[in-house]
Design a protein around this ligand. Structure first.
Ligand code: CTP
Ligand code: MG
Length: 246
């Protein structure tokens, strides 16, 4: 008799070890208050409210003094103090630290602490689209803007500062903007991030590590409210979405 294969579970992993340089706030952006609670707490509460998610791991840097107060009484959440010097390193080190709780065939939903507008509906849309997929995938949005490739001319005597011009218009028909969560099986995601590390690939999301293995992650349509807070003006926009004003 063969042993029954356990049904895959769904875990959330939140990289939150960044300093938020570009947001220019006086604390790491994930701790900024937005619509009544810290940005990161919105994310933790959304995953806690999603019945499909077994547990949430939040990855912070070793010296983080703000995380305990933010996690507080959040349900089903564990802090991993193993953040690295890039998002990619924080995710990989978080996967290593969570090893004893997660099987290779379980799904991991990696979601940036800097996207507080995520909803339970979006998590459920991603899971139902991908739960039987051989690769996994991510939330993303088809790009609506017309795209230009830029070229900058060097400054010279006739032109004291460099000028940026359009080199070409890039067809946008097949272009999507990646969001998070990005959802892959634990074993595949860990293998992909270890491969990227070994080969010195600098990547800004998990899907591109999986792509470097020759696989094609699936795109699942997200929502503009799942905006990433990167620059100062994104903070007000994220807050409008959280307050339901837009
Ligand atoms: N992140 C992380 N570890 C790092 C860098 C980033 O866990 N060493 C996390 C951030 O906390 C954030 C997500 O990865 O939740 C996306 O990164 P980004 O938006 O670039 O955040 P920061 O690196 O904090 O911002 P900046 O690049 O402006 O400094
Ligand atoms: Mg960064």
């Amino acid at each position: 008799m063969t042993a029954a294969v356990p049904a895959p579970r769904f875990f959330a992993l939140i990289p939150a070890a960044g300093v938020g340089l570009r947001a220019g706030a006086d604390c790491p952006k994930q701790y900024l208050p937005l619509a009544g609670k810290p940005m990161l707490r919105h994310v933790l509460d959304t995953f806690a409210g999603c019945p499909a998610i077994s547990h949430t791991f939040v990855v912070v840097s070793a010296g983080d003094t703000l995380i305990d107060a933010v996690v507080g009484d959040a349900m089903g959440c564990q802090i991993l103090r193993c953040g690295g010097d890039s998002r990619q390193a924080s995710v990989l080190q978080g996967l290593h630290a969570a090893r004893e709780f997660i099987r290779d065939t379980d799904w991991v939903l990696v979601h940036d602490a800097a996207r507080p507008g995520l909803t339970i509906d979006l998590i459920e849309r991603l899971i139902s689209a991908l739960r039987d997929d051989p690769v996994g995938g991510l939330l993303a949005l088809p790009v609506a803007d017309t795209l230009k490739r830029a070229v900058s001319s060097a400054a010279d005597q006739s032109q004291p500062s460099s000028v940026t011009r359009v080199e070409e218009t890039v067809p946008r028909a097949a272009i999507w903007a990646a969001q998070t969560p990005q959802m892959f099986r634990y074993g595949l995601l860990r293998q992909a991030l270890e491969f990227a590390l070994e080969h010195g690939h600098a990547i800004t999301d998990d899907a591109s590590a999986v792509e470097a293995l020759g696989l094609q992650p699936r795109l699942v349509e997200g929502n503009p409210r799942n905006v990433k807070v990167t620059l100062p003006h994104d903070i007000a926009l994220a807050e409008l979405y959280l307050k339901g004003s837009v």
